[in-house]
Design a protein around this ligand. Structure first.
Ligand SMILES: [Cu+2]
Length: 267
């Protein structure tokens, strides 16, 4: 008897939980048939002119490296605000100085209802305080951000001083979805022009050499990434087995290797 009661209590709870999920999904995307409602809310703020600005990401936590982000703007009635002028500026306060970080500025996607962009976090919150200012039609929303380091044994972004004295940032483009064999792989390259400006670097030659660190071997048939514009470089990597892979990336400018970068992945 007791068991039956518990069971029915549990199924009642499950039913309520499912129903709640469904309602929330519908509520959060009014008027848009949205295939991407699984994005996780990171932070929200309201602008002076009463627009609700929400920042979403693929995961519940932000991590160092290339991070696709999604901005949703609603008015107080819960209607989506479409085609607004949206831009963002992440900032890190390190006490003695402040700096921004590389971004791909958001562009409105009428299918998803989100303004979609990218932030490449070059440091984690253990090194200073991150926040982001999101401008919507000239009004600001501001949020604190918590940025975790990469998962243990992985490195998704690296910073390097080139032989020419400039600072470069190399990041691997996410989401990462590896399988054994040939995989599409892409990277972004930025440089630091000033603490407030991290432009993309186009037109470099990249020589890629993947090595499985723990076993001391590489893999054949890799295709080194080539510049495809806007700071992106696309190639193919051959992961002949699962494990710990280091992607050695030499950045070559006009025949000279200016940076020896590396990205570490596990799968
Ligand atoms: Cu910093």
């Amino acid at each position: 008897m007791k068991k039956i009661f518990l069971l029915s209590l549990m199924s009642a709870f499950l039913f309520v939980a499912c129903k709640k999920d469904k309602d929330e999904t519908e509520e959060s995307n009014p008027g848009v048939t949205n295939p991407s409602s699984e994005y996780k809310l990171i932070e929200k703020d309201t602008t002076d002119n009463d627009l609700i600005v929400e920042l979403y990401a693929e995961n519940e936590t932000l991590e160092m490296g290339y991070t696709p982000v999604y901005v949703k703007v609603e008015n107080l009635n819960g209607d989506l605000v479409e085609n607004a002028m949206v831009s963002f500026m992440p900032m890190m306060d390190m006490g003695m100085m402040q700096h921004t970080t590389p971004t791909v500025q958001p562009i409105y996607n009428s299918t998803s209802g989100y303004y979609e962009g990218v932030i490449v976090f070059v440091m984690s919150s253990s090194q200073g305080a991150w926040d982001i200012e999101i401008m919507v039609d000239g009004e600001a929303a501001t949020m604190d951000l918590n940025v975790l380091g990469a998962p243990a044994g992985e490195k998704h972004v690296g910073s390097y001083v080139g032989t020419n004295g400039d600072s470069y940032f190399v990041s691997i483009v996410k989401p990462l979805d590896w399988s054994v064999g040939m995989n599409d792989v892409s990277f972004m390259v930025h440089k630091r022009e000033s603490m407030m400006s991290f432009p993309v670097v186009e037109g470099l030659t990249i020589a890629m050499d993947p090595q499985m660190t723990s076993m001391g071997h590489g893999s054949p048939n890799n295709i080194s990434p080539v510049s495809v514009g806007d700071g992106f470089y696309e190639g193919e990597v051959n992961f002949t087995m699962t494990g710990d892979w280091r992607l050695n990336l030499d950045l070559i400018d006009a025949g000279d290797t200016i940076v020896n970068a590396n990205i570490d992945v596990l799968f």
